[in-house]
Design a protein around this ligand. Structure first.
Ligand code: BEZ
Length: 259
């Protein structure tokens, strides 16, 4: 089991990653939350997108593995709890489970899908988006190269999972869902600032493989490997995101493979 070292500082997250919830609006539209529905937001982060579900009139519970992010969500008035997505503890109580930009941190995706199925009422919907196959490949390659020059193996601490359409469809079906849609969507994403801020926010597990005094040099090296590929003439950085977007329905008892 890889131990990831990733802190979620809500202030740093808001500065470098507000686009994550802003770009989640199409996933909310795909879910189409209805007034009075009970919805679980899996990996709710600081609750910025959860607010859109609440605004639609749904009764929403948010869960996140980060205590800091849950505290930020609570301060927005959201019913948020610290809970790991790989250890969900809900039983047939939600009409829908929603997840945006969180599941790629949950390495045991089949455990996640099982927990989601258990959390849903019969015919409940599971709608979300996460990093898919090929996501942030250029960034990942640069990190691997910079760590490798230091005799370190990025694979040993790799914190993410980016499934293919086939892999994810299979996981859903094995977990007792009917997959209505599973799509891979390339989405090159302009950053609000420098790639260094992205690395500090999202790639901490890799950066912490070197002592603190060497971290700025490591970031500078990754940055210079990426500049020719991801930085435009005006200085804007664009990261090679690929989204895996899906919509599924929990099969009625007796139909799916996992019960
Ligand atoms: C993502 O949203 O796809 C993502 C963000 C940070 C690290 C890895 C993936």
């Amino acid at each position: 089991m890889v131990e990831t070292i990733q802190d979620w500082d809500p202030e740093r997250y808001a500065r470098n990653a507000r686009f994550v919830s802003d770009l989640g609006q199409p996933v909310v539209a795909l879910l189409a939350p209805k007034p009075g529905e009970s919805i679980l937001d899996l990996g709710c982060g600081d609750g910025a997108l959860t607010e859109a579900l609440v605004a639609a009139g749904a009764r929403v519970v948010g869960v996140d593995a980060s205590g800091e992010q849950v505290a930020a969500a609570l301060s927005r008035g959201i019913d948020a709890r610290v809970m790991d997505g790989m250890g969900l503890d809900f039983h047939q109580e939600f009409d829908a489970v929603f997840s945006n930009a969180a599941m790629h941190w949950m390495r045991d995706l089949s455990g996640v899908v099982r927990g989601v199925a258990e959390a849903l009422k019969p015919n409940g919907r599971f709608v979300g988006e996460m990093g898919g196959s090929g996501n942030v490949r250029m960034v990942e390659d640069a990190i691997r190269a910079a760590l490798s020059r230091r005799g370190l193996d990025a694979g040993a601490v790799y914190p993410w999972v980016f499934p293919t359409v086939q892999e994810f469809r299979h996981l859903l079906e094995e977990g007792g869902f009917r997959a209505e849609m599973v799509d891979l969507i390339p989405r090159p994403t302009p950053l609000p600032g420098d790639i260094a801020g992205w690395l500090e926010t999202f790639a901490e597990t890799f950066l912490k493989q070197v002592p603190e005094r060497d971290r700025d040099t490591l970031i500078a090296e990754i940055r210079s490997l990426l500049a020719p590929k991801l930085r435009a003439a005006d200085g804007t950085w664009t990261v090679d995101y690929v989204r895996l977007r899906f919509s599924a329905v929990k099969e009625a008892a007796g139909k799916g493979k996992a019960r």
